[in-house]
Design a protein around this ligand. Structure first.
Ligand SMILES: Cc1cc2nc3c(=O)[nH]c(=O)nc-3n(C[C@H](O)[C@H](O)[C@H](O)COP(=O)(O)OP(=O)(O)OC[C@H]3O[C@@H](n4cnc5c(N)ncnc54)[C@H](O)[C@@H]3O)c2cc1C
Length: 429
């Protein structure tokens, strides 16, 4: 069809009808697989002329239904656009490259792209930019928006444009509603030696003291796991912290070590050096999926001032349903996993609604890194207020007058990790 690879077999329509959330399912009319930007242009022009909706898709690892097409629409999968190179300290990549491939290549040369998500082995770099992905190291390195130097975008009206740093910003986190990202240029950073401690604490309140003591060493990760998450990851049923440091200056590891020894004595903590700690942490989400037939994984942002109250709130929810929390402390993202079996679906979705109410009332955000997709549409206006959603919708109308590109989705403009550190420091001081 139109000289671009196209599939509409039952199998293809089934596979491209959902993303990793598995809660939303709409079969497209067909799926295009362009091999280069010129083919993307052909597809977009074809759909624009006929007013047919088109949903961009990378790896389909999204957890909000963002890549789920609209009824009677097509999907454009970028997965066959897989060329990239590393030159002059920059990554030049087509959007369908699996992020982990880039990471492995640049690691060999002593560099890293630090804002990649835990899903780096099955998500694409274009999808990461379109959702403004964040990750374990966002506390030090921010989200992918901080690394985008340039984007090449096919606009919904069928024009091709290159956008430099500032102008690229509107496409980062835009979840495929404003344009199809075909290429990106990204900055990288030098990969440093890293060292981590896994610290088991008596309650979530201890986490503040640990962070306060160790924050001068500029942690590159500071993950928090509640008692049940720690049990699944490490077999120990206590709250835990995984604190990672990088060798920014000589002696840092020795200095951190001394502080940790002092804390252990003073606070009755348990500290372990776990070799594969990050693998265990990354496997946590998939491991929880196996515990019950269904799982909802939210990526809410809790202001640090409501952190302790949030864990009390979750303990109460556990009377109703299984709830496990782990996440990125310094940036406030707490992955809240609701796990349930058949017959518990209504309770699970009621609990999710209660969690979102808590988040919005405490001044947090309903998404820190996954985006909004279909999943959070109902809650966006509650969080942002009418004016902000009107702004997004007017931008969409201007750039996509026929509303063909991923229609029906409204990305949160604040998507990606919210920097809660300034607020956090206010609480501590
Ligand atoms: C086990 C697991 C762990 C995860 N961990 C993290 C994590 O640590 N951090 C995090 O941020 N996310 C995480 N995610 C969520 C997900 O992997 C990210 O949102 C990822 O960036 C999506 O990339 P993708 O290529 O799979 O995009 P898709 O799921 O295919 O698409 C996501 C959205 O982006 C749009 N899109 C995709 N490609 C393009 C393009 N080229 N141009 C325009 N729009 C496009 C789609 O229309 C859709 O709206 C995790 C998911 C899983 C299943």
């Amino acid at each position: 069809m139109i000289g671009v690879e196209f599939h509409n077999s039952d199998d293809a329509l089934e596979v491209y009808s959902e993303d990793a959330s598995r809660w939303y399912k709409v079969k497209p009319k067909g799926v295009f697989f362009p091999k280069n930007t010129e083919e993307v242009l052909k597809v977009v022009r074809f759909c624009y002329q006929r007013g047919i909706s088109l949903t961009p898709r990378g790896g389909g690892s999204g957890l909000t239904g963002g890549a789920v097409p609209s009824k009677d629409g097509f999907v454009i999968s970028l997965e066959k656009m897989r060329n990239f190179r590393f030159e002059d300290g920059l990554v030049f990549s087509e959007s369908g490259v699996i992020s982990g491939q880039i990471e492995r290549k640049i690691n060999l040369l002593g560099y890293t792209l630090p804002a990649q998500p835990s899903s780096l082995n099955f998500s694409t770099i274009g999808g990461n930019v379109a959702t403004n992905s964040a990750g374990l190291r966002s506390i030090k390195y921010g989200s992918i928006k901080d690394y985008v130097v340039e984007t090449e975008v096919v606009l919904p009206t069928g024009e091709l444009e290159n956008f430099k740093e500032m102008d690229s910003a509107i496409f980062v986190g835009s979840e495929g509603i404003l344009g199809i990202i075909t290429r990106v240029v990204l900055k990288v950073v030098k990969k440093k030696k890293r060292f981590s401690y896994t610290i088991f604490v008596n309650s979530e309140k201890d986490i503040f003291e640990i962070f306060d003591t160790l924050k001068i060493f500029n942690p590159s990760a500071f993950e928090v796991l509640d008692d049940l998450a720690s049990y699944v990851a490490f077999g120990i049923k206590r709250f835990s912290v995984i604190a990672e440091f990088e060798e920014d200056y000589k002696g840092i590891f020795e200095d951190v070590s001394k502080k940790v020894d002092l804390m252990v004595k003073g606070m009755g903590l348990q500290v372990l050096e776990i070799q594969d700690v990050w693998e265990r942490r990354k496997r946590l989400g998939p491991a929880l999926s196996k515990m019950k037939p269904f799982k909802i994984n939210e990526d809410i942002v809790i202001p640090i001032s409501s952190f302790v109250e949030y864990f009390d709130f979750v303990r109460d929810l556990r009377d109703k349903i299984d709830c496990i929390v782990f996440g990125h402390f310094g940036v406030g993202i707490l992955h809240t996993n609701i796990m349930f079996g058949g017959g518990e679906q209504k309770t699970a979705f009621d609990v999710k609604e209660k969690i979102f109410d808590f988040v919005i009332n405490s001044g947090g955000s309903i998404t820190g890194e996954h985006g909004t997709g279909i999943d959070k549409l109902r809650f966006i206006e509650k969080e942002l207020g009418e004016d902000s959603t009107d702004f997004i919708l007017s931008l969409k109308k201007k750039m996509d007058p026929k509303n063909i590109l991923n229609p029906g989705k409204i990305p949160l403009r604040s998507g990606g990790c919210i920097d809660t550190i300034p607020r956090f420091q206010k609480v501590l001081n």
